[in-house]
Each structure stands twice: as C-alpha cells, then as structure tokens.
Design a protein around this ligand. Structure first.
Ligand SMILES: [Zn+2]
Length: 404
C-alpha cells in the first residue's frame, strides 16, 4: 500500500510540479510518509505518516488556511481529533440539485475605458468603415449570467464573484476604490483582511497611472478577494470564465486567423510560491488532495463540449508560447497545468476555461452579433453557446461522479 502511494505521489510531483525543479526538493516521499521542508535540505516543517495522509487528503481542501497552519505546525497530536469534527464531513452533492457552484467571470469590464485600464479590451479594424470593440470582462460576465441561470434551473446554488460589469469582487469599481483609498481606515481594513500588503500601501502614495495602479495593486487584490470569496463559499465546483486572444497579434488592432480552446488547472508552482509557510501548505494541499485530478476531469469534459459545440480546435502545446514555456501537459487533451493566482489559491475542483480567441476574424463578429436579451443587455448567440457548452461539460462531469 505505502509502496504504491509513494509511487503515486512521486508521479504526481513529476506530472504537475516539475516545471520548477526546485519544488520537488521541498518534499520527501518515503515508506514512512510525506515530509515538507521549510527550504530544500533544511529542517522538516511538517511530517505526515501515510495514515495521516489518508485521513487528511479528502478534507484538507475544506480546512481554512489559518486553521490548517495551526493544526499541522502547532498541535499535530490532535490531528485525528480535529478530523472527526462534524463541519469537515461535508459530503459533496452527487447531482446538480443542491450542488454549490462558484462562477468567476474573469476581469472587470464595464466601459471601454475600464477595459483599457485593466488591459483587457480591443478595437479591431475590420475594414475602412467597420471597427469592432470587445471588452473581455463583459463577455465573461454575460457568459456567467447565462450559465448561472441554467444551473439554478437544475437546483444548483450558484455564487458569482462579482455583481455586475464594471464592478470588482470587492463590490466597487476601480474608480470608486481610487477615491476610497484616500481614507486611512479603509486601507487599514484591507491590510487587516490580508488583501493588501504594506509594500502595496506604500505604492499608493506614489503617483501612478491608472493602468499601473491596476496591475500593481488593484488587480492582485481583486484576485485575492475572488479566491477568498470562493473558498469561504466552499463550492463543489468552481468555474473561472475567460476569453482568449492570439498572443502574437500584439496591439489587437487587426483580426487573426487563429482560434483555439484550452483550459487550465493548478500545478507548475514555482519556488517563489514556497517562500512562505502558507505557500508551502498550499502546495501540500495540492499534492495530497485529489483537487488537481478532479479539476482535470471536469476541465476535460468542458473542453470537449466547447470544442465540439463551438467548432474550435483544441490547443496543442505548440500552439501558444505560454503553453510550452509556462505550462505542463495533463493526461487530458487541451487541459494544461498552469500556476495562475486562481488555479493556485482556489480549493477544490475547478475549470479555468479559455473557449476561443476574441480577435479571430470570425469570432469577433459572432461575439458582437445581435442575440438574446440578458438583464437588459443584448448578448450574442455565440456567448449563449459558450455558456451551454460549459453547462454540458459540468453535467457530464457530475454524471461521472455517480459512476465512480
Ligand atoms: Zn482573461
């Protein structure tokens, strides 16, 4: 038993964490169990016997970070007592009815100006008379709304990380936030919640362009809040919605003939993520829990539907430089392990979907074509098709759970 478990975890380290070779040196996997080190070849920080690994692996993702830290470093003797806690024996729903699903509509969107501030919009020149404007945060928001409706019809409990286009996960726009940070008490509360660091507060006193203020402070803070909200909701499934572009089409003023679908799951963490105990315990969670494996299954079902229903080819590793440089292949086609803030921080099963390239010559027209009305806005049929494909992928995954 211990032999095959050792092999399993060694293979997992190699499959999902070998991008930065330093990572594996934070662990030792022996016939006794798994040991986590504060730094390679330093003193052991946490040692788990195989029996402890087995009892922890299915509940570790339900334990809040701070509690896990206390449990594993301060009072490890009480591990079994803690595991018996009722609140941890949260059983996952086996059908959409009663299932908790978190949806994160990527970026913020709203006006084109906000799209420029977050560097997630484009103005494509079609011909001398026609231009197409796209704001990714709006496409993701409407996709999320449509998906939410479909899932709720089947009895699922759905949580969106942001309430509207132009509004961040903190419940306010970037521009409102810019006014609020002038109030000392507000920045103190962000610091207290761990959403901002002292270093970032110092940055607030430097005169910065909006784009820089967004990418250095507001953007990372908004992502941390999304992850915090999702983990507090403790969902069965998390769906992170994005729309991709051809990375080589810089400036995005002309259309491109490329179009691919792909999805991301956790893994590929770097030694930089392991500088803090929190970061190391998060990696321990990713290693011993089945979160990555479950995410690969869900993502594979979603990618299959996106590709078939939208008629978009699945991206191979050579189709984008970030796939070959920053990702690792998983056992599922089109599903890549990538160290993104949300794939790393969100606990449980997730799919981080990139269904198509917005700057593709056909897609940009389809995405802006007249379609159905969603909350007073016209949403293109292409977006409804994307939401449907996510839905079908989720249904296939949920059905596979009952067969397990
Ligand atoms: Zn995006």
């Amino acid at each position: 038993m211990a032999q095959s478990e050792q092999e399993y975890y060694r293979k997992k380290l190699d499959t999902y964490f070998s991008k930065d070779h330093e990572t594996a040196r934070y662990f030792s996997i022996t016939d006794k169990g798994i040991t986590l080190y504060a730094e390679p070849e330093a003193k052991a920080e946490v040692t788990l016997s195989w029996r402890e690994v087995d009892s922890l692996k299915n509940i570790i993702s339900n334990i809040p970070g701070a509690e896990l830290e206390k449990l594993l470093t301060e009072k490890k003797d009480s591990l079994y007592y803690y595991i018996k806690k009722d609140s941890l024996h949260y059983t996952h729903a086996q059908s959409l009815k009663g299932m908790k699903i978190a949806i994160d509509p990527g970026h913020i969107g709203g006006t084109f100006h906000m799209g420029e501030t977050e560097s997630r919009c484009m103005n494509l020149m079609i011909d001398s008379t026609k231009q197409i404007e796209l704001v990714e945060g709006n496409l993701t928001f409407f996709t999320a709304q449509l998906l939410k409706k479909k899932l709720e019809t089947q009895g699922a409990q759905v949580m969106l990380t942001r309430p509207d286009t132009g509004i961040s996960s903190l419940g306010l726009s970037f521009f409102e936030w810019k006014r609020k940070i002038k109030i000392r008490g507000y920045t103190d509360s962000l610091l207290k919640q761990g959403l901002i660091t002292d270093k970032e507060i110092k940055l607030l006193h430097v005169r910065m362009e909006d784009k820089n203020l967004f990418s250095n402070v507001f953007g990372p803070m908004d992502l941390s809040e999304r992850a915090r909200k999702i983990n507090a909701f403790n969902p069965d499934i998390t769906v992170i919605i994005h729309y991709n572009v051809n990375e080589k089409n810089l400036g995005w003023t002309r259309t491109s003939n490329k179009d691919y679908v792909m999805a991301f799951v956790a893994g590929c963490t770097t030694s930089t993520d392991l500088k803090t105990l929190q970061g190391r315990l998060n990696l321990l969670r990713l290693l011993i829990s089945p979160d990555i494996e479950n995410s690969v299954s869900l993502s594979s079902d979603v990618v299959t539907h996106l590709s078939t229903d939208l008629k978009v080819p699945i991206a191979k590793k050579t189709d984008a430089s970030y796939l070959s440089e920053h990702c690792l292949s998983t056992p599922a086609t089109g599903v890549y392990s990538r160290n993104l803030a949300l794939t790393r921080l969100i606990h449980g099963t997730l799919v981080y979907g990139e269904p198509l390239y917005q700057d593709n010559e056909k897609e940009c027209c389809l995405l802006t074509a007249p379609g159905e009305n969603v909350e007073g806005c016209t949403v293109a049929n292409r977006i409804a098709l994307v939401a449907d494909a996510y839905y079908k992928g989720i249904v296939d995954y949920v059905n596979s759970l009952t067969k397990k």
